[in-house]
Design a protein around this ligand. Structure first.
Ligand code: SF4
Ligand code: SF4
Length: 399
């Protein structure tokens, strides 16, 4: 089967209502361009977080899109109806042209968000970004206590700098989101992280429990929380949401290993989201390159971004539900969670078309859940730090 441009499309299953839509209209008409796009403008980063969502095979600086190529991407995104871009990485401020890119995004009418570890920013640079039209800043924190936060990041002095940059952000009247990635070794600091977000006058706090693929999967034994820790975390978040209503919005992402059903990853493959990698690959999620055997088109190809989103083989491979195997294929939840996460299914089962093992209906769920529980109770605390060398194991004394 092929679409109007002669490109292969996975045959839809007639029992699937979304697939029926796909049959009656071109894919191009079925999936609108997402309103927000994540731009991973570099994989370079001075930090080495053991749960980093970048791929284990990082793009080296020589492969990165040039300033002009990113500007062309920004113009094209604005033209096709994207309203918002997130400048992310790696560490986006590692690129010397960030102010120029933010200015260009702003000139073509895009709302801009900077997702940063903050450690490379100066007061002057943040001011330049604000003058260039930056609309929002999101700073990641690794904990509340300096020694632990710097140890998790593998970067001395980072925590103190983040606090400073958060203050500058608010002084410049930019809205601030605190992003706190939580795991077994820092979950006990959650109440203080919530208070820190209030003290920093943040608008929003993202309590994001680690998702286990890529670097985090390599570090699962050092990061996996216990069930008791997670239950406590949920109670703390619920109480804080109530207490801080109207003052701080708290988003909460749970690790799906301990859930009965998986998360609706990316809102479903190729339905609501894409990101662009440092080398210009257009991806259905930031971890998608971990699935081997899929070819992702680049903005450097002859295709437009809209064409890649609508027609490329990689985006259509797991769109809708027609590709599913059992138990997803006949499951009543298949259009609610779309079978969970393709990257997690690939990482844990070797086939991205399998049911995500986070689902209790997956034949592998129990084995994986028991492994995770055992790791959570285990003694392994040493991190494998994220870097271009494929990772460095933390020394025994935590240095
Ligand atoms: S998760 Fe940590 S190492 Fe990865 S890009 Fe963000 S700050 Fe850098
Ligand atoms: S079997 Fe598939 S569709 Fe059903 S709940 Fe599990 S992951 Fe979701």
């Amino acid at each position: 089967m092929s679409d109007v441009l002669g490109n292969p499309v996975i045959p839809p299953d007639a029992s699937d209502s979304l697939a029926v839509l796909e049959k009656s209209r071109a894919t191009a008409e079925t999936f609108g361009i997402p309103l927000a796009v994540l731009l991973e403008i570099t994989h370079r980063c001075p930090l080495q977080c053991p749960y980093c969502s970048n791929p284990v095979e990082l793009d080296r600086s020589g492969k990165e899109l040039t300033t002009d190529e990113w500007k062309k991407v920004l113009s094209e995104l604005a033209e096709i109806g994207v309203l918002q871009v997130h400048f992310s990485g790696g560490e986006p401020t590692a690129r010397k042209d960030l102010v120029e890119l933010v200015k260009h995004a702003s000139d073509v009418g895009l709302y801009t968000n900077l997702i940063t570890s903050a450690v490379l920013l100066t007061r002057e640079k943040l001011g330049e970004l604000a003058d260039a039209g930056l609309c929002h800043v999101q700073i990641s924190f690794q904990g509340i206590e300096e020694s632990l936060a710097d140890r998790v990041a593998g970067y001395k002095g980072g925590h103190r700098k983040k606090l400073e940059v958060a203050k500058w952000t608010r002084e410049l009247d930019l809205p601030l989101t605190v992003n706190a990635v939580m795991h077994r070794q820092n979950l006990h600091q959650l109440p203080d992280i919530i208070q820190m977000s209030v003290d920093l006058d943040a608008d929003r706090l993202e309590v994001a429990n680690v998702q286990y693929y890529g670097w985090a999967l390599k570090n699962r034994a050092a990061l996996m929380p216990t069930v008791a820790q997670l239950d406590e975390c949920t109670e703390i978040v619920e109480a804080a949401r109530e207490r801080l209503k109207g003052r701080l919005t708290i988003d909460y992402v749970v690790p799906d290993y301990y859930a009965l059903r998986p998360k609706k990853c990316m809102g479903g493959w190729g339905r609501q989201f894409f990101n662009i990698s440092p080398a210009g690959k257009v991806l259905p999620c930031h971890a998608a390159e971990s699935i081997t055997g899929l070819d992702f088109e680049s903005v450097r190809s002859n295709h437009s971004i809209a064409w890649i989103w609508q027609n490329s083989e990689a985006f259509n491979r797991y769109r809708g539900t027609g590709w599913m195997k059992e138990p997803c294929k006949s499951c009543e939840f298949r259009e609610i969670d779309f079978g969970g996460c393709r990257c997690q299914a690939f990482a844990l089962t070797g086939d991205a078309a399998n049911t995500d093992p986070a689902c209790a209906l997956s034949p592998l769920h129990e084995t994986i859940f028991k492994q995770a529980e055992a790791e959570a109770e285990g003694e392994t605390n040493r991190f494998l730090y994220r870097n271009f060398a494929g990772g460095t194991l933390e020394s025994e004394n935590g240095a």
